[in-house]
Design a binder for this molecule. Structure first.
Ligand SMILES: [Zn+2]
Length: 233
């Protein structure tokens, strides 16, 4: 890897984007407890998808660890209604395990690409990866009567377990096509793995949530100041 030239613009940019590769990964991944609601703080379904792996405590919790969890998560994500319908069809055909494996593989590729979204080379590689997933999807147009009017809808067809991941890939591709990379941020808590789209007017959102990581960082800074005041004791 070659060093990037540092200038004032980059200093400001990098202070907003700490390199997640500097942080050791949490020690183990566990299925998220059914009682725990998935994180939906991403302000975009593509980022909520990345956040189905979350580390609220010491371990990495997987909210898509089982076929049932996948169905639940898709059911709670209105932007992925077509993926949910496809997952139900995969279930009816006994192919939900294979669909889940494809979705998890897509998520792994997506999560590893997110930290480098602003880099043109990494973006091109991600574009290629997503196009491969998108190619697994098929669909057709259909006229549907709705509220006394006709609407033209694109209907995704089930063509095998990969079609679930393909429908999710369309939402990821939507983020790439429509959202500036500078709005896609990781929570600044180095131990936190959550991503969000910064939709704040001033573009200064730093935390997945103030209640979790924001207050934790404030408390840590306060403790550091106290220790400094005590002469390091
Ligand atoms: Zn966080």
């Amino acid at each position: 890897m070659t060093a990037k030239p540092v200038n004032m613009v980059f200093i400001g940019y990098y202070s907003l984007m700490p390199d997640p590769n500097d942080v050791p990964p949490p020690p183990e991944t566990q299925p998220a407890p059914a009682a725990l609601a998935p994180m939906r703080i991403g302000e975009h379904p593509a980022l909520d998808f990345a956040n189905t792996l979350a580390a609220p405590a010491e371990v990495l919790l997987d909210f898509l660890a089982t076929p049932a969890a996948l169905l639940d998560w898709l059911a709670g994500t209105p932007e992925l209604a077509d993926a949910h319908a496809l997952a139900q069809q995969a279930g009816a055909r006994g192919e939900l395990d294979a669909a889940l494996a494809a979705v998890q593989a897509l998520r792994a590729a997506w999560r590893s690409a997110l930290p480098r979204l602003a880099d043109a080379g990494a973006r091109a590689a991600l574009q290629e990866t997503l196009n491969l997933w998108l190619a697994a999807g098929r669909g057709h147009w259909q006229l549907v009567a709705q509220d006394g009017a006709l609407r033209l809808l694109h209907v995704t067809d089930y063509t095998g377990p990969d079609s679930v991941a393909a429908a999710i890939a369309a939402v990821l591709a939507g983020l790439l096509a429509e959202v500036p990379a500078t709005e896609v941020r990781k929570c600044e808590n180095p131990a936190c793995v959550l991503w969000f789209r910064d939709t704040s007017k001033r573009g200064n959102r730093r935390w997945c949530s103030m209640a979790a990581c924001g207050n934790r960082a404030k408390a840590a800074a306060h403790r550091r100041r106290l220790r400094a005041g005590d002469g390091g004791g």
